[in-house]
Design a protein around this ligand. Structure first.
Ligand code: FES
Length: 144
């Protein structure tokens, strides 16, 4: 009969240690992330976003985070639009409606065009827009 290489006590202690360590990580990781958020969270954030053209088809939209806020980038045939995705009424996230060629807020039915103008609903102001252009094979949002 072979001799046991590891005793039951060592195995149980090791298992208990691994479980306690995993529990401690699961508890403290969110607390640490809350106390020390990533640098680009908040009002700063990236000044320029590059999106490969093949990632966004004509008529499609992409939701991104830019300068600390949610934005929606919409590609048309020869142009591209970047707007805040935060509704100016009460702050819900607007959705791109390709079939209607508009941005729609599902909360109280505000409607915006691609320039951010209010077409309907309770939104008091247009959506803020951001500089966006197609350069080479990429969509560039921001300063570049
Ligand atoms: Fe968008 Fe009210 S939050 S219409």
């Amino acid at each position: 009969m072979k001799k046991k290489l590891i005793s039951r006590r060592i195995l149980l202690n090791s298992s208990l240690f691994v479980m306690l360590f995993g529990f401690a990580v699961a508890v403290f990781y969110p607390v640490v992330r809350f106390l020390w958020p990533p640098r680009d969270a908040g009002s700063g954030g990236s000044q320029t976003i590059f999106i490969p053209l093949n990632e966004l088809g004509v008529g499609d939209a992409k939701m991104l985070r830019f300068q600390g806020t949610a934005i929606v980038v919409v590609r048309k045939e020869n142009s591209v639009y970047a707007l805040s995705a935060v509704c100016t009424h009460l702050g819900c996230i607007v959705k791109w409606e390709r079939e209607n060629n508009r941005l729609f807020c599902p909360c109280h039915a505000a409607i915006f065009d691609l320039n951010g103008n209010v077409l309907g609903g309770p939104a008091p102001r247009p959506l803020p827009t951001f500089q966006a252009k197609i350069v080479g094979g990429r969509i560039v949002v921001g300063d570049a």
